[in-house]
Design a protein around this ligand. Structure first.
Ligand SMILES: [Zn+2]
Ligand SMILES: [Zn+2]
Length: 465
């Protein structure tokens, strides 16, 4: 048994100390009331919070991106090509994080430009939102691409994405999962909802899970209900696409984009979607699916309304309307939103959707006002696993009327994600009997001071003397 003490404890204004016994919280109390035999670890300038969750992490892709080159720092096409040239020891060479809108040329590199890097080795360059890619001629041949377009997006991209993922070795996948979990701890995260692209990724995780430093709540992105039932998992889905993304013009809107004639894409017919969701829900599974545009959110809501309720999740919900928020509240549906999107993509939203629509996206204030349980996350690797940044973004929405308070944002990274996973009686709070998952941050909420997972201190930053 030991205690930690700081300046402030979340949701316990009268206390400063948490007593930990084994892997559980024994009590939340005051330093002055401790019996002298208990060892005390003191943190200065410290705010003690329940361990952060990240409700939406592509657990393998996040780690794979730490193994393969990342194009995020590139500012022009030449930068992209030189990063690729320096990484030809990977075969195939997969590069992530391409952001054409941040490049000076405001476009993707062409197939011909990628050919100048290599004509013998596959090069695949994936946009940061994981919804489109470009590749060199060798890669196009090996993957059997027949499309005349250089940029492959939407329905053309999906099968390629699956092929890329299934071509990775088991060792790379295992290494990637571990890298993601270790990175999460450094960011103050003690539990993630880990999205797995397929059953193979899940099986590799399942063999490793007892050795991982944090809890990974697995969401397997398949529509094969039987296979999930066989595994005994209580949930299915994750980022299964009802529509695409805003940056790739594939999120399904009611009206055309501001900078394109398209209204985006729905990947399921109403019937197909209902068939899958009904089968999963009637089997007792929680369903989680990706829906960004209001047209996709409507299709998914209309489907969820017709099936047994198990806290079904809508991932992202960036363009959710007032009327849809009402329905979400009424049917006990859970939202999984990414505050960092407002911090990172607001300018892109304005470009794609126009100013007035962009100023009404990710309406955190309205969601909290309706008492909807919203789990916050990063959609890593789309944005970094970084709850402190997420909290900043949720409390500083570009439209101040949609900002929420710090306390509310903390709930979105602690208690509500636990609710989203049916784990709220043991996780997400600092209370006696709860699992001792604790994140200690500085009082300004700018940095992580320590992370405690199941009662063990797994991260402790040196504090200046
Ligand atoms: Zn998604
Ligand atoms: Zn996602």
């Amino acid at each position: 048994m030991y205690a930690i003490t700081g300046n402030k404890i979340f949701n316990h204004p009268a206390h400063d100390t948490v007593i930990i016994d084994g892997d559980r919280i024994y009590d939340v109390t005051n330093l002055s009331q401790l019996t002298p035999n208990i060892e005390v670890k003191t943190f200065d300038n410290a705010y003690i919070l329940p361990g952060f969750w990240d409700t939406h992490v592509h657990v393998v892709t996040t780690g794979v991106m730490m193994i393969y080159p990342n194009l995020k720092p590139a500012t022009c096409i030449d930068d992209v090509l030189s990063i690729l040239s320096m990484n030809l020891h990977h075969e195939p060479l997969i590069a992530y994080g391409l952001a054409p809108h941040r490049l000076r040329e405001k476009r993707y590199p062409t197939t011909r430009e990628l050919d100048t890097v290599s004509r013998t080795q596959s090069i695949i360059v994936i946009r940061e939102d994981l919804h489109s890619c470009v590749m060199n001629t060798v890669a196009r041949k090996r993957l059997g691409i027949t499309s005349p377009a250089d940029v492959l997006r939407g329905e053309e991209f999906e099968p390629i994405w699956h092929k890329i993922q299934s071509s990775m070795g088991d060792d790379i996948i295992a290494q990637a999962i571990k890298l993601t979990c270790n990175h999460a701890i450094n960011q103050g995260v003690t539990t993630i909802c880990g999205l797995f692209s397929n059953l193979r990724e899940y099986e590799i995780y399942d063999k490793l899970k007892d050795d991982l430093p944090i809890d990974v709540i697995p969401y397997v992105q398949t529509i094969d209900v039987e296979s999930i039932v066989k595994l005994g998992l209580p949930r299915i889905g994750g980022c299964i696409l009802v529509d695409g993304s805003i940056s790739s013009h594939t999120a399904a809107m009611d009206t055309p984009y501001h900078d394109s004639d398209t209204c985006g894409v729905l990947y399921f017919t109403d019937d197909e979607l209902l068939q899958f969701v009904r089968k999963a829900a009637e089997t007792g599974l929680q369903v989680a699916m990706h829906a960004i545009g209001e047209r996709a959110i409507r299709q998914l809501l209309n489907t969820y309304k017709k099936v047994p309720q198990h806290r079904h999740r809508i991932e992202h919900a960036e363009c959710i309307t007032d009327e849809q928020i009402e329905q979400v509240a009424r049917h006990g549906i859970v939202l999984s939103m990414q505050p960092a999107f407002e911090g990172v993509f607001h300018n892109l939203y304005v470009e794609r959707l126009g100013y007035s629509k962009a100023m009404n996206m990710n309406p955190f204030r309205k969601v909290f006002d309706r008492n909807i349980k919203v789990g916050f996350g990063s959609d890593s690797p789309v944005t970094n696993i970084d709850p402190l940044f997420g909290i900043k973004c949720a409390t500083h929405h570009p439209n101040p009327e949609l900002s929420i308070s710090y306390d509310e944002a903390i709930l979105g990274f602690t208690e509500y994600p636990a609710y989203a996973c049916f784990m709220e009686t043991e996780y997400g709070k600092l209370a006696p009997g709860y699992v001792a998952d604790i994140t200690v941050v500085d009082m300004g909420m700018n940095k992580i001071l320590a992370v405690i997972k199941r009662g063990q201190i797994v991260l402790k930053q040196e504090q200046p003397a």
